[in-house]
Write a protein that binds this ligand. Structure first.
Ligand code: UT7
Length: 319
């Protein structure tokens, strides 16, 4: 059997830190409100001359170095992003060029905060179908550019960053299962409704969110996808060594863990340091837990994401 395995992880956060106290000077909010309602302490803001592909470039180099994978080995590039460098070409193509990777498929996946899970599932299917040997999968976002900095209900929640993994062909699993879901009837709950037309932005180019409804939706589906993944693999909750959820809100993460009966000690949380980085949040958290030694070979790691679309999904991995 052919499987895919994650052989290297990497991440990158821009230098500029925006703390909750900084936000107190920008909108009517408080460090206390942001910490208790979201778990976020600070987030990173990309420099004006940085694009999503630049953040991805740094994360990708780190992942390739960690996996001892060379540029010549990569034969698929997938970038999960909601904040691409430009309308086209894709951020994946721009990244491919910046890395100096030769001819291979390269494309973006747009599934908002579930983007990394979607991209990983797609790369896994390419590898298992024998269509590629080593895939670079990146989640990269610059949400600071689509935030209305006068709207306290959204601007305190998000940040910029990138995370990457290299997936390689293997005769040992690897990725045990992936499950992807979407329900477009919820599209208005979380969106950036603007578009480009006639040389101008048409409509609102900032994030709009019905936070309470999104919160309830997220806690429900994040529990469901864990049970779905475990059932497919004949596993129990107790078999999970690490849960790596999308990093949106500590209350969503705690509520999911409580409903599942998973101790928070087995849940990887990094959102305090970078806020909600959408498609970058899961690979940022994976890289942190790999580099500090929590995730070890043989561990069962369950990734789960939910976001605009609505989209949601999981990936169960034997590390
Ligand atoms: O990535 C996936 C998509 N995103 C998410 O998963 C986010 C999901 N939603 C959430 O995380 C939460 O709903 C929020 C963090 C967005 C909001 O938390 P909440 O506990 O649901 O607060 P709320 O919207 O019910 O607002 C409570 C109060 C309101 O004031 P009143 O009406 O009670 O007087 C808000 O106006 O908090 C107020 N508020 C704030 N106060 C200080 C809203 N934003 C802020 C703020 N600072 N930044």
């Amino acid at each position: 059997m052919t499987y895919s395995r994650i052989v290297g992880t990497g991440s990158y956060l821009p230098e500029k830190i925006l703390t909750n106290h900084d936000l107190e000077r920008m909108v009517d909010t408080s460090d206390e409100w942001i910490r208790t309602r979201t778990g976020i302490a600070e987030r990173r803001i990309a420099a004006d001359d940085q694009a999503a592909s630049d953040l991805a470039l740094n994360a990708s180099r780190a992942a390739m170095e960690a996996g001892s994978v060379s540029i010549a080995d990569i034969d698929l590039v997938i970038a999960a992003t909601t904040t691409p460098d430009m309308v086209f070409p894709s951020t994946a193509c721009i990244l491919q060029d910046k890395l100096g990777i030769g001819d291979c498929p390269a494309f973006d996946v747009q599934a908002v905060c579930s983007g990394f899970v979607y991209a990983l599932a797609t790369a896994d299917m390419f590898i298992r179908a024998g269509k590629c040997r080593a895939a670079l999968v990146v989640g990269t976002e610059i949400y600071s550019r689509i935030l209305d900095w006068s709207d306290r209900s959204t601007c305190v929640l998000f940040g910029d960053g990138a995370g990457a993994v290299v997936l390689s062909r293997s005769d040992q699993p690897g990725i045990l299962s992936t499950h992807l879901h979407a329900d477009g009837s919820y599209s208005k709950l979380l969106s950036v409704p603007g578009s480009i037309g006639g040389g101008k932005v048409q409509g609102n180019p900032f994030i709009m969110m019905d936070g309470n409804t999104v919160f309830k939706f997220a806690t429900r589906v994040l529990e469901e996808v864990v049970h779905e993944a475990l059932a497919e693999n004949g596993m129990q909750v107790s078999d999970i060594d690490w849960l790596v959820p999308h990093q949106a809100n500590i209350r969503i993460i705690r509520s999911t863990a409580r409903k599942l009966g998973i101790s928070m000690e087995k849940v990887v949380v990094t959102l305090d340091r970078h806020g909600n980085t959408s498609a970058a949040s899961i690979p940022l958290a994976i890289d942190a837990a790999v580099r500090d030694g929590r995730i070890q070979p043989g561990h069962h790691v369950l990734l789960e994401g939910v976001g605009g679309g609505f989209t949601w999904g999981s990936a169960l991995i034997r590390w």
